[in-house]
Design a protein around this ligand. Structure first.
Ligand code: DQA
Length: 145
C-alpha cells in the first residue's frame, strides 16, 4: 500500500524558505521521516511536489489509481484552489491536510482552506512532524484492510 504525499508551491524550497516560519527541515527530510514510519507498517510513501496547480491536479488523478491515501500540503493553493478540491473529491481513500505552520496564527487569508471540507483530518503547526502524524493516522485507519 502506497501513501502519496503531495506538496504545492514553494515547498521545494523547504528548509531555505522563511526558516523562522517553516523551520530548517527539507522536503527530503519529510520523505525520510514518512518512509521510516510507513516502512515499519509495511506501507510505502511517494512524495511529489509541484509549483503548478494543474500538475497537482494530475498528481491527484494519478493517486486515484496508485495510492491508498493522500497526505497533502497544497501550500498557498490551499486557500485558493477549487480545482484541487474537486480533484480530491474524485479520490476515494482517506485524505489528510497538513500545514507546517499554524495557519490560524497567521494572516486572515490563510484561515480558510478549500481542502478542509474534503479532508478526513487537518494538522497545522506541528512542523514537518505533521506529515509523520498524518502517515501514522493513515496506517491506523488502513492497516487491517
Ligand atoms: C503552508 C501554509 C500556507 O498558507 C502557505 O501558503 C504555504 C505553506 C504551511 O505548510 O504552513 O506555502 O501550507
Amino acid at each position: 500500500k502506497t501513501i502519496h504525499i503531495l506538496n504545492g508551491p514553494n515547498l521545494n524550497l523547504l528548509g531555505k524558505r522563511q526558516p523562522e516560519i517553516y523551520g530548517t527541515d527539507t522536503l527530503d527530510d519529510v520523505r525520510t521521516l514518512c518512509a521510516e514510519i510507513a516502512h515499519e507498517a509495511k506501507f510505502k510513501v511517494e512524495l511529489f511536489q509541484s509549483n503548478y496547480e494543474g500538475a497537482i491536479v494530475d498528481q491527484i488523478h494519478e493517486a486515484r489509481e496508485k495510492a491508498c491515501a493522500i497526505v497533502i500540503n497544497a501550500g498557498a493553493y490551499t486557500h485558493t484552489s477549487v480545482a484541487i478540491l474537486d480533484a480530491l473529491n474524485t479520490f476515494e481513500g482517506p485524505v489528510f491536510e497538513v500545514h507546517i505552520s499554524n495557519v490560524y496564527k497567521r494572516e486572515a487569508f490563510r484561515h480558510h482552506s478549500f481542502i478542509s471540507g474534503r479532508a478526513d483530518g487537518v494538522l497545522a503547526g506541528f512542523g514537518i512532524e505533521g506529515y509523520g502524524l498524518a502517515v501514522r493516522r493513515v496506517i491506523s485507519l488502513l492497516a487491517k484492510d
